[in-house]
Ligand binder design. Structure first.
Ligand code: PHB
Length: 404
């Protein structure tokens, strides 16, 4: 694939020269062509495909904000190129995924796609990115397959695989003496993969799963499940619910009076970007994630202060992932002096990037998924405070990836 791409690059360079010549003689009545977007000096066309409405709407907005923060902090350029954004609201709607992605890739002819949040939408995007060879950076969706069997040289992720944050939580529950648990999650790829990762880490240490409840996405009617949890009395509950749904679940769980008797644990999406709306109901919840609100590193301090200044809000894990998507693209483009068609060297530089992320040190596995710390956090006074490291420099097992 890389060899084929190299050839395409050569052709594009030649046609770029021809086009420039065409423009020069436009005054003589010869038809002038617009400069192609890939020419040096022309803006890089960045397709942004995120949910901007619905239960994941705030997540999409935060990712977009932080991507633009990075660009602004770097002279409004990445790798020497100014940027032109084409934005699509994917509404976290898998059925619309192929059309939305095709629009960006084929009609708008973007140079790179940044997206998305929802694992089901991501799978549609992944298929098209693999078929077209378009560079794609995933700033959230954790669909395991994107960096396992469906990995590709042109697909990178700056967030996590769904396995990563939830696998270490099994040990956290066992260490806390919770020997049985109920799983409550959304019924779609991400919910199922988080549940499976938790189960893997938990049952191998002797934890027992009492029941599993799968709620259709994006429904937030949790009451009947909470009633069953109260009846079954497990030692703890594991959940993956995010965005607007997480606000509702945490409040409902506290209101049902379950919080003290049956502690609610989850991957950290349960309490990231949601704490202000959850208020007192979230206090004391423990979660695992690749970010926390009080990490002690200079990149985090600068990032947090600038985000607050720009957007008058505290950043969260989604902001970090969007910021790092821009940082990763910057590393790649710098290595090829902004020539997005120099794919082999672009991908090589991105794959070997060592990002000084606000989350702490971050590198990439052979399948282009982050290798990163997973922190154990506890909500204290409205913040996700780091109380330990649940797994250090954790890589996704990444089985089945063949870079062809
Ligand atoms: C996903 O669908 O992969 C997903 C969505 C929201 C999150 C995390 C994962 O917060």
């Amino acid at each position: 694939m890389l060899d084929k791409d190299k050839k395409v690059t050569g052709i594009n360079r030649r046609s770029a020269l021809k086009l420039a010549g065409g423009a020069a003689i436009a005054g003589l009545g010869v038809r002038a062509f617009p400069a192609p977007a890939t020419a040096q000096g022309a803006p890089l066309r960045v397709g942004v495909m995120l949910p901007f409405t619905g239960t994941y709407g705030a997540i999409g907005k935060t990712i977009d904000n932080a991507f633009k923060q990075y660009v602004a902090e770097h002279g409004d350029k990445l790798g020497g190129r100014t940027l032109e954004f084409v934005q699509v609201d994917d509404q976290a709607e898998p059925a619309k995924g192929p059309d939305n992605m095709n629009k960006l890739v084929s009609r708008d002819n973007v140079d790179v796609v940044i997206g998305t949040v929802h694992s089901g939408v991501q799978m549609a995007m992944n298929k098209i990115a693999r078929e077209t060879g378009k560079l794609m950076i995933i700033p959230n969706a954790g669909a395991n397959i994107a960096t396992r069997a469906q990995c590709a040289p042109n697909i990178f992720r700056t967030s996590f695989s769904n396995w990563q944050p939830s696998y270490p939580l099994g040990k956290v529950l066992m260490d806390a003496g919770h020997k049985s648990a109920i799983i409550l999650t959304w019924k779609y790829a991400a919910g199922e993969e988080h549940a499976n990762a938790f189960k893997e880490g938990y049952t191998k240490l002797g934890g027992k799963i009492d029941a599993e409840f799968y709620v259709p996405f994006p429904e937030v009617e949790f009451q009947s499940y909470l009633t069953q949890i109260a009846e079954k009395k497990p030692s703890a509950v594991f959940t993956f619910i995010a965005g607007g749904g997480a606000v509702k679940l945490v409040k409902d769980y506290a209101a049902a009076g379950l919080k003290k008797s049956i502690p609610l644990y989850g991957s950290g999406f349960l309490t990231d970007g949601t704490l202000q709306a959850q208020g007192e109901a979230a206090e004391g919840l423990q979660t695992t994630l690749h970010y926390a609100d009080d990490l002690d590193n200079p990149a985090e301090k600068a990032f947090r202060a600038n985000y607050k200044k720009r957007y008058n809000a505290d950043p969260d894990v989604y902001a970090v992932q969007g910021y790092d998507a821009a940082a990763l693209l910057d590393v790649g483009l710098k290595a090829v002096k902004g020539d997005v068609n120099a794919k082999e060297n672009l991908y090589k530089a991105m794959a070997s990037a060592k990002l000084d992320s606000p989350r702490g040190p971050m590198t990439f596995s052979a399948s282009h998924n982050p290798v990163q710390n997973i922190y154990l956090r506890e909500v204290r006074k409205g913040k996700n405070v780091k109380i330990g490291i649940a797994a250090e420099a954790l890589a996704d097992p990444g089985t089945g990836c063949k870079m062809v």
